[in-house]
Design a protein around this ligand. Sequence first.
Ligand code: GLN
Length: 181
Amino acid sequence: MATKPTIGVLALQGDFAEHITALRKLKLPCLEVRTIADIKKTTGLIMPGGESTTIGKLLVSTGLDAWLKTHVKKGYTIYGTCAGAILLSQLGLINITVKRNAYGRQLDSFDEPIQSKAFPKLRGVFIRAPLFTTIGKGVTVLATHDGDPVLVQQGKILAGSFHPELTDNLAVHRYFATLAK
Ligand code: GLN
């Protein structure tokens, strides 16, 4: 396992390039992760938005799903956004259930303020976002939109249904980096 804090961004499909740009803006060491050899150089992983079915299949074919199941249980830090959050739930890595594409058709994509004591002035960019339908034991809600949880934490695991990497407010990435130290 890496000793120097380095954040990996899962780069199999989806908006990984935007997360790399966000991390570089924050001057945080980061790298694209496609293999087990890559992930071993990291202290935490961002799973980006994209198409959760496709990313899920690629996680299996690369063996990264098994690696994550073992290491997240041992305290490896991970942040799933949108499709990444769906995958965290499907892999059983966080105690929430999600409903894919849960926002109505006219609201396929939208950008609205979200409510959070931890992260003031956060905007939520939602793109065919999942709804977090059940928040299980041990999971804390860090932000909501219209009363629905949109950012949650369980230990060193973060899941968000929106895309802070597409805004100027990178407070969630900064917070994630403190968890991945
Ligand atoms: N709708 C996508 C899915 O279900 C997630 C959308 C996103 O990541 N922006 O996989």
